[in-house]
Ligand binder design. Sequence first.
Ligand code: ZN
Length: 306
Amino acid sequence: MAENNVMTKITDNLLKVYDYAFLEGATYGFYKPNDAMYVGVRMTEKQYNCPGCGRSFRVKIRNDNDGILYFSKGRIAEQKKIYDELDMDFPADWELMEKPYTYQLSGYCADCAAEKLLASEEWGQRINNLCHELYLQDMLVSDKAKQYMTDAVERWLNGIESADELTRFDLANPEILQELIWIMVLSDTEACEKALQEYRDSVQPILYELKELLEQATPAWKAYVARSSSLPESMSDGEYHEYTLAFPAEDTVGQDFYFRRSVEKSRVEMFVSQHRIASIQELLADAGFQEKWIDMVMDKANELLK
Ligand SMILES: [Zn+2]
């Protein structure tokens, strides 16, 4: 596993495999869409409609490719159905390219999901919920480590009172500077070790329950999966490419919505059985060196030299 870490970080890998198991079904292709298979749509926003509470949430779409996105014909048919269910008039063919189009989705909001889905005892939903929790814990421990390592750099710098404590090192040499900072980070890992222990404590029972549930699971099932509104989404059912991807505007605040979709057991097992951060060395290496630490040290040196 160790030689693997240089190329792919453990959390990056977990993120990709989670995405593969629960979110992205289509494969990526490089080509320009042709008219026989795709319909150009001037899509400017998405509207999430929650069937639980009836509330709706809007997300603006980034204006790429002259504002036109390409929908597969299957997706257009699906949109017509959703418009119908929402009792709205679907635009005429000529309007799709000309007038701003709102993409409609039907998915439970986080509040309704907490009430209806997260407490579900139904095994398929339970597996999805546990995997989502596992994924959040995987990401959380890495985020915590990044923060605690920065705190360690800050603590070290706060304890420095005279400039020569820093200037006796060759700060102009990036390698020496980086090594110096690493040594300080490695000498103050208590908070990271605590975070790792908390991660282990929360992940172990999740993995245990997942293994038991998966032993009895069928090869595929349908259940609700959380998807953030800040993620790009393809408007094509089969292959997706740059002309079918709707990117939310930069300032979009991510909110989870829950959609029913089929999940394959083999993909879920792949996610569950991935290597996870198991030691403090792996946690620190995974969180990695942060360029801003160099700025912090230089700022401190300059401040003391004044
Ligand atoms: Zn709701």
